[in-house]
Ligand binder design. Sequence first.
Ligand SMILES: Cc1cc2nc3c(=O)[nH]c(=O)nc-3n(C[C@H](O)[C@H](O)[C@H](O)COP(=O)(O)OP(=O)(O)OC[C@H]3O[C@@H](n4cnc5c(N)ncnc54)[C@H](O)[C@@H]3O)c2cc1C
Ligand SMILES: Cc1cc2nc3c(=O)[nH]c(=O)nc-3n(C[C@H](O)[C@H](O)[C@H](O)COP(=O)(O)O)c2cc1C
Length: 1103
Amino acid sequence: MESGQTLTSVGSDVHPCPGSVGRTETRTNGHSRPDAVNRTPPSVRLKNWESGSLLYDILHRQAPPECPCSETRCLGSLVFPRPNAPRPSVGDQERLRQQAAEFLHSYYSTTTRAGTAAHEERRAQVEAEIGRTGRYRLTATELSFGAKQAWRNAARCVGRAHWSRLQIFDARDCASVEEMFEHICNHIKYSTNKGNIRSAITIFPPRCEGKGDFRVWNSQYIHYAGFAQPDGSVLGDGATVEITQLCEGLGWQPNRGRFTVLPLVLQVPGGEPTLFSLPPELVLEVELEHPQYEWFGELGLRWYGLPAVANMLLEVGGLEFPAAPFNGWYTAAEIGARNLGDTGRYDLLKRGGCPTDWVWVQPPISGSLTPLYHQEMLNYSLTPAFRYLMDPWKTPEWRAREEMLGKRRTIGFRQLARAVEFSSALMVQALARRVRVTILYATETGRAQTLAQKLCTLFSTTFNPKVQRMDEYDIANLEHETLLLVVASTFGNGDPPENGEAFAELLIAMTHPDSPTSQSRSYKARFNSLSEDDFEAFQDSVSESAGQLRTGPLASVRFGVFGLGSRAYPHFCAFARAVDTRLQELGGERLVPLGEGDELCGQDDLFRDWARTSFQAACESFCIEGAVDTGTRTDTDSSPDTPGGWSPDTCRISVVAEGPELVRALSQLHRRKTVQTRLLSRRNLQAPESGRRTVLVGLALPEGLSYQPGDHVGIHPDNPEDQVQRLLRRLESLPPRNDLVQLERLRDGPHPGRGRSWVPEPRLPPCTVSQALTHLLDITSPPSPDLLLLLASLNSDPQQQQRLITLGQGVVEYEQWRWAGPSLTEVLEEFSATRVPAALLLLHLPLLQPRYYSASSCPFTHPAELHLTVAVVEYRAQGGSGPLRHGVCSSWLDRISPGDLVCCYIRRAPLFRLPDDPRVPCVLVGPGTGVAPFRGFWQQRLFEIQHRGQAPCPMTLVFGCRRSDQDHIYREEMLEARDMGVFTEICTAYSRDQNTKVYVQDVLRERLAEQLYRSLHTLRGHLYVCGDVTMAQDVSRVVQEILAAQGGLSLGQAAAYITGLKEENRYHEDIFGVTLRTREVTTRVRSTSFTRWQEAKAGAGYV
Ligand SMILES: Cc1cc2nc3c(=O)[nH]c(=O)nc-3n(C[C@H](O)[C@H](O)[C@H](O)COP(=O)(O)OP(=O)(O)OC[C@H]3O[C@@H](n4cnc5c(N)ncnc54)[C@H](O)[C@@H]3O)c2cc1C
Ligand SMILES: Cc1cc2nc3c(=O)[nH]c(=O)nc-3n(C[C@H](O)[C@H](O)[C@H](O)COP(=O)(O)O)c2cc1C
């Protein structure tokens, strides 16, 4: 019994139920019957006589009032008690409506969404459908929920603790007996699983009044026949004599034996019962032996491995499914003690006569040894439920028909026996097509989406996959997934990408449903403050417990996770790791170990390996042999019908009359509310001698666009004009310069094989090729291995072609070559014998991503403007010896002229705000451009002091840069703000003003330790850190040391303290990425990354 479901402790003011525990006078689920409610005891006290403990059952109050027992008579031991016999079909619309409403209520309640708009909308939809058609259709998830609940509610099932692991095969689209048979074969194959039995249910169409039922006439999928002998004995199983005669009446001509497997008798509405012989390779049988007694083997006994009940009705939400065969597995003694022993079955035990009172004998020899025997329990029925059905040949309709045909006694169907040829290969394909695979991705810059789509291409060769972005996924579906694959990157400092945040929160909420706040963001608690070693230790501990029985809401879900990240960040792939462990903690079955791809090295290669392993594991898990060979390099992207694939015969551009304006095109492409504005002003903030540029960019604030200090501005840059022109010169099949073009793909029509037609490819909106290369596509990043392979196929020079093929393998050579950062233009110039059609680039290049900048102004002080503080990126590739490269967006912002258009959007950062109470102390740490959001903060405070009469604030700014005379941006503004009472103190760290380097973290340690501790601990203040990720990590370590030293804590306790601060939203981080010492950091980390890549491949047996 599961205490979570049935038993709730309600304290001492409970009223024991009078009379028989089997009788309950209750209100039905969801209906109020005020008179009955008052008479209903709130709970029934149940005692465990062994331990003395008490439990209180309240769930029985949801059971309907009908019950076979009365106060004076218990019918619990009857196998088919009357009220549980076949119920009249639904018919009554009002009843169906009520039952549907109750079911939906319990469905939405389990995901704590009862009463939400989604619930209401669904209820109204179902009501309308019932009104219109007299029926309704359950969604796939509702059906899955209902079937699992029915198992959970099955009072007589000993194995139902595993209810959440039930695999649902939805066969509601089945229309013929042949299809029924195919579904059943799939079911048997899946569940048998080469002997490692798995529970599953196949659900055929629901009962439809007046139309007859889908039925499996056999009581089990696999059963041995029972042949009645002239002497009255039975050859085989005594339980199946009747169905055996029926089958023979249908024309079955078996080799009669003790263990002859019966054929299936299947029927669809309006059709005749039809025979199907089970393919022998599907029926797993075990020859029975004894570990010590050889003679036992000589008895020639055997039994089949799969117990699958085929003749019960499933009732969900008032709908009845008369064919819903399900299977579990045999318990240890069932075959020997019951099937082979019972007199009505094989009757193999020698029995002698001796007087026995079984009521006395039974408990001492078995019941009392069973803990359950001592536990009082209640027996009542809940819906969804499985119910007994009358054998089809005993129903009044069938008897009437028999009579009409004048064949009262003999069973003579006109249908001849049909031995259906069984094709293993066909069956495998059919099964796989029915296995739904959900691929979720969370991405910030688009890589994870590209990889998710590749995964979809690979899986669509065999399965039924669907790709969804995490924030568009309804997490209520999670526990009803069959196979879930997640591709997710990590952002900030170990955080989910923005479109993964809600999923992360909900996953945590699912793991800790009862502690909404304390654990709510604990993926941060677990992964943000731990080192890589800690993660590995944690993973080991998880995998040790993984062998134990899996329970939990995701017990029937198989999953695999691939993380994208960079080892240049302290919390490598933290989000993917969090998702992977959470899914396991929730009971999911990990199909494949977590894959991790480091953008610095080998990301594509490791992804390919992981995708291939996942695919093979999925095939194995669903017993799909002979699936496509996945060993080749391009199988994750070779389909011409996916964005990754390309062929000149299936992809083209055609000229169209009109297209959207740029801002709309960008909005659609990036699914953001993008607006168009203009550059107002630009000013270099650094001294000319510094050799670097940081510019203050002023944008006009378009009407209707609002922001707050701390928010980010997403800027859509243009690619450099000269690169676009050089690239255009290399392209073939270019339409006239100003023609708007639309990308098109040749696709199959709705009816396979009946014609193909050109359809617009939604990847890009209509635009000129030049616009696409300027505004929409990324032409400066090194081309991907896939693109290099495509270029190889278009190259006419054997040497160049060979080199492109080598690079296109995406392994070591590629990674070394990529390190130099060649742009597409450079590649096409180097591999000059490549003829590139424009369509290929439009289809294949990644989207040009927007770049984020912190809002560097406050709308109070600059109502019509939005300021950015932009460090202009310029560097030499190849460790400093390569060609000069310019950051796309920062250089563009530094290049455009006042009045030029800028497309942008606001990304809210609600967790990076000044506290509402200005008296709460704040410490702001922002070296270099990290000071950007703090300019907005100080402008806000200055405005409040000057115009709203606010008192000066306890706020400290810690700023750092190289040299006081060259790089101290906003110096005058800062000092003015301090003089006006915004800052109590401004501390600076000029790293190159003296011989020893001094950074912001040194200032914290040496000058602000006491103050910081007092601010954070005593005064419950806030700490803000903004800028480069390495700096943020260094600051975090120093804060940890300070807390430990000042507060008398161990370093571990101090780390936990920091986690607590983050949970309370008092430790804020705004991470720009690796912006400081980029070359040094990435060079250093890259060699580790390379080693890890090779280790990962070797560990997984790839190299
Ligand atoms: C939330 C957030 C807020 C941000 N706020 C700001 C802000 O307020 N101000 C600001 O200036 N930036 C900010 N950034 C960074 C900004 O978004 C851009 O990343 C930055 O301007 C570079 O973009 P780009 O297009 O000019 O360069 P890209 O074309 O994107 O090139 C940058 C890439 O060049 C490479 N690179 C750079 N330097 C070197 C080097 N020395 N050696 C080798 N490779 C190198 C790195 O791979 C780097 O990723 C923020 C980032 C985030 C995520
Ligand atoms: C601002 C920023 C922060 C990042 N933070 C992390 C991090 O904490 N951990 C990590 O492993 N990778 C981090 N990354 C690297 C990304 O996860 C990596 O670039 C990934 O390939 C991006 O995939 P996507 O395009 O699907 O978002 C960060 C990248 C940026 C630009």
